[in-house]
Design a binder for this molecule. Structure first.
Ligand code: TGC
Ligand code: FAD
Length: 391
């Protein structure tokens, strides 16, 4: 085995995984390294993903789309298998993990958990196969951390619903076939499955991002979008609906962010051994070793936390504030690891020839989406004190 990989798993945390879990990880790693890794820096540089539909179909064939769901063509895998998948995808690029998170944990999960049976039958098998792409519209231009004030509105018209409004920063928005849209109604916030071919629906790609460039992010406009009654999620109202989906995607990020961290730690360790200054490898300087040791510590602690939370999820006892603990810690520490790795690479650290600056910039988005650092801090604070400090 590669000695650098052995050094990065210094705690032998691999021992904590079952053979089945390691098999899934190897399969996803092989796909990611063959199909994505050679191209992703170029996609990032050009601010695009080449053939996102073809890539989504390949991910579907691999069985990773909605892999933690059951029925409707989904693979019914464990939380840890799903987490390891997110880790391997994000080890290549956060944007690709985002594509899979939004498809499986947000759009598919929302439909799987909340939609009418006919809507599930219509979309889920095609989404699991990667033949149809979904997006999840919660955030609006004026309502990000506080979605409770959303302005998008849905009103009943006979047996139909008519939706007006707009969503912002929506991953996969302009390549989606179906959008899960959360809107205010007279009965509170409700969810809708909106085919993107519906008249009045349009999506516009957001340009000029300097983070998550290998990911499609869009603004959605809904102008008198008419959908049948069956498009509305029957049994869920209030913010608990969308937040139940966010728990799933945030869980994937707990693992995914460690993939970005692992790639940067690995790159920094390898570079420090090969790069010489003052007549010896920079790995031999105590200041470099301190950086490497601190990165290794945080990576290992993050892994153990992810695994503990996974096991709780598998037992059905994972609580939202525990997801916040993991998302806050692992993304924050992964970002610190990437920033430290960047310093070890010196000037090469700012070049796309190495993966480090790409991962570092990507994690700035991951730190903000799916609940900012501040939101997760306040969720933890509320759980500990019983006092709500959001308002
Ligand atoms: P609050 O009064 O606390 O709660 C309203 C209702 O929701 C329930 N609830 C939850 N249910 C399930 N899971 C959770 N995590 C939940 N948190 C709260 C709660 O019990 C209550 O239910 P009920 O029955 O009493 O009505 O709501 P609040 O308005 O005070 O807000 C709480 C806050 C700030 C934590 C929440 O608004 C929040 O999480 N804000 C952050 C928004 C966010 O994360 N947006 C993400 C958009 S999607 C995205 O970013 C995709 S990125 C692409 C990718 O993943 O790759
Ligand atoms: P704001 O809510 O305006 O926050 C700005 C700052 O104020 C933050 O630091 C925040 O923490 C702080 N703040 C706000 N309120 C408080 C408070 N009470 N106390 C202390 N600090 C506070 N959304 C979707 O719905 N679907 C998607 O697919 C999706 N994909 C995304 C992809 C990318 C690349 C990005 C960058 C975002 C995406 N989002 C998506 C949106 C994302 O969820 C929001 O950006 C996020 O929830 C934060 O909202 P905001 O950007 O409006 O920031």
């Amino acid at each position: 085995m590669d000695p650098i990989a052995v050094a990065v798993d210094l705690a032998s945390s691999d021992d904590l995984l079952t053979p089945d879990e390691r098999d899934v990880r190897s399969a996803v790693r092989a796909l990611a390294q063959a199909r994505i890794e050679p191209y992703v820096a170029d996609w990032f540089e050009r601010g695009t993903v080449d053939d996102p539909r073809g890539l989504t179909r390949e991910l579907g064939k691999q069985g990773v789309l909605g892999m933690h769901l059951t029925g409707y063509g989904c693979a019914g895998m464990s939380a840890t298998q799903y987490g390891l998948t997110c880790m391997e995808l994000e080890a290549v690029d956060s944007g690709i993990r985002s594509l899979v998170s939004v498809q499986g944990s947000l759009a598919m999960y929302a439909l799987w958990r909340h939609a009418e049976e006919s809507v599930k039958q219509e979309w889920l098998p095609r989404m699991a196969a990667g033949e149809a792409i979904g997006c999840f519209g919660l955030t609006e231009p004026d309502h990000g951390s506080d979605p409770s004030g959303m302005r998008t509105r849905a009103r009943r018209d006979g047996s139909d619903w008519v939706i007006d409004g707009g969503k912002m920063w929506i991953t996969n928005g302009s390549i989606a076939d179906v959008a899960v849209i959360w809107a205010q109604t007279e009965e509170g916030i409700r969810g809708f499955a909106v085919p993107t071919s519906t008249p009045g629906f349009s999506a516009h790609e957001i340009k000029h991002k300097l983070s998550l460039r290998a990911s499609i992010t869009s603004e959605l406009v809904l102008d008198d979008v008419r959908v049948p009654g069956s498009a509305m999620f029957p049994d869920v109202r209030g913010l608990g609906g969308p937040l139940s989906c966010l728990n799933e995607a945030r869980f994937g990020i707990i693992w995914g962010s460690l993939g970005a961290a692992r790639t940067c730690l690995t790159a920094a360790l390898r570079y420090s051994i090969e790069r010489e200054q003052f007549g010896r490898p920079i790995a031999g300087f105590q200041l470099t070793q301190q950086k490497l040791a601190d990165m290794e510590l945080e990576y290992t602690k993050g892994l153990l936390l992810a695994l503990h939370l996974s096991r709780r999820k598998e037992q059905g006892v994972l609580r939202p504030e525990q997801v916040s603990l993991g998302k806050l810690n692992n993304v924050r520490e992964a970002l610190k690891i990437c920033r430290t790795a960047r310093t070890i690479l010196g000037a090469n650290g700012i070049s796309l020839e190495y993966p480090v600056i790409r991962h570092m910039n990507n994690l700035e988005s991951v730190l903000t989406y799916e609940g900012t650092v501040e939101m997760h801090t306040l969720v933890i604070g509320k759980a500990m004190t019983g006092v709500d400090a959001f308002r």
